[in-house]
Design a protein around this ligand. Sequence first.
Ligand SMILES: [Zn+2]
Length: 404
Amino acid sequence: MERFWRTIEASAAIGGTEAGGICRLSLSDEDKRMRDTLAGWARESGYKLLVDRIGNMFIRREGSQPDLPAVLVGSHLDTQLPGGRFDGVLGVMAGLELLRTLDDRGVETKRAIEVVNWTNEEGARFPPLTLASRVFAGQAELEWALDRKDHAGKTVREELERIGYAGDAPVGDRVVDSYLELHIEQAPELDRRGIPVGIVVGAIPMRGMRIEVRGERAHVAGPPMHARKNALVGAAMVAIAVNDIGNAHEAGGGKTTAVAINVTPNLPGIISDRATLFIDFRHPSPGELAKMETEVHAAIQAAAQRSHTDIEVAERWGNDSFEFDRDLVQLLRDTAARIEIDTFEMRSQAMHDAYPMNAVAPSALIFSRHADGISHNEKENMTMDDARVGITLLINAVLSRANR
Ligand SMILES: [Zn+2]
């Protein structure tokens, strides 16, 4: 475990912040350094490294029957702006530790095992999130994904080439046996229950929206109040209404977030003519989520009327409620029972690369407990003991699967 912890610390030093987090946006210089470090570790151990056209890295430990589809394990090494040191990193480093442990013990597996580092999971630099695993799973077009732009107008394609990770392997287009991801929970349920590991049986549904507000640019001393079309005010009214909808659905487990706002021109002295608002809402019950969505649309209409602006939902995304692969979930249950690990069965609230992967390969997700469930925050923290429990479950389950 000390070896595993050293990989966590090596990662935390690349883009590390003073407060103990990491700022390592996808395809940045820091991301390149992290990728180079991982590639170096792979080379030292004699694993094959494959990089596909969207920069996903696959580190392969060969099996005795190389023609059988491989078992895939992994997560992501990019972070939020800034993020914590375990989000995503835990899953990739756990995969590496798994391969190294098999080497230590001289264990040969029937199927190859591959550790994947997915490009741009966070979507913090290039929205949307889980960009590259979606392409791998055939849920997004490669060319569309390569054309995604950051704030400065740089594309995924340009940045992949700049940092040297525009690989030549096709994205997806191959059969994998299964996909397993270990991830921190990013919510406080496990911590509250005092259980180190969660077996994720499925996902709760969620929706995200990009809302565009159009008003009219004017001098702040200009139009009388009743004639103003202030886009900032329209967006703010939607933001507050969305928050109220979350409060109204809290008892059933509903959550809403007014996530981000961009206002144009965003200058003193000028009434804004454009605002872009990102919102997010979730509920364990699909029926309640549909109700929330209806309420959001009503709130948008009311805000448009009150602020004299035009407001439209320009983009909508999300996922419906779904179950992870029944056999893999059962394998995790049986494995945990066999090695006497206490687990809790739960549904995931946050999107992960395992979501798109579940559509193309039997997939499963394991959650690790971490301090207060705090994530997307530099304070994100977990104990080595909790990491060990999650990794032990992962190793044992993957071994069973790889010897099928
Ligand atoms: Zn993550």
